[in-house]
Design a protein around this ligand. Sequence first.
Ligand SMILES: [Fe+2]
Ligand SMILES: [Fe+2]
Length: 297
Amino acid sequence: MPDVYTVLGQDHAEVKQMLAELENGPTRTGGASTAQLEDRKKLVQQLVIAESKHEAVEEEFFWPVVRDLSGGAELADHGTSQEQAAKLELDRLDKLDPADDEFEALIRGIAKAGRAHIAFEEEKVWPLLRAKLNSSGAENLGMQLLRAKDTAPTRPHPEVPPRPGILKATGPAAAAINGTYLLVVGTNKQLYIAHAGVTGFTSAGGTTTVSPALTSVPGALVGFMRGTTNEAYYHKFLSTTPGWHSMGGTLGSGLAAAALGTTTYTLGLSAGTSVYRDTGTWTTYPPKLSGWVKVAG
Ligand SMILES: [Fe+2]
Ligand SMILES: [Fe+2]
């Protein structure tokens, strides 16, 4: 079973190979053909995907382990701040064309910083981890990283703070009003909301242990979640009267929600196996709720 050093080391080797190819490759000012510049753009896209996935899984699983070691917090702070800076640069590069003046300078900067970051991890962080983590711990972490890479983001997302764990407690919920909003649960059971690409995650209050729901009615986002007492709550976002309000019930699952016009439909499993629905009319606030009605099971 590959351990953490094998998994991350392979990624590092691949990234370094791509960086070297980009540094040595034909440039616009060096007389590259259109086809060569297209290949250069493709290589940049591969680099962006590889680095985005790699740093995302490190943020989720590698840095939290390092941070917990004695002497690890400073290393984790330094490493994640290097990654955050790299995300901004990669995001910028991803949007440029090889014919842009800024393109080559960005590549040089990214290559230099990328090598320094890899050296920092391998030479400063890995030795601490090797001293503290036994071989089965190193293999478990390696497997976690491999699994997470399957679903890791392929874009840099510099707007998402490198706060380990914020995104991995439950599945996220998404809804759209002028872009996508995300509602997620942190490992501290608290809910966080972000306008993807516009804001970072901010606390939305409330606590839950299951996936929340999010949908939109004209002019507002509405979140639904099962609280830690198993009853349901709603929250009208983008309004001046926020806060979670009880919908009652005793639910055995996270919730799903959809909206048609100004009406929301919230679904959840009862403590047994029946599906219950609560219908809300949002023409006034607070909304008019129907109460939980069994619809299946
Ligand atoms: Fe990293
Ligand atoms: Fe790394």
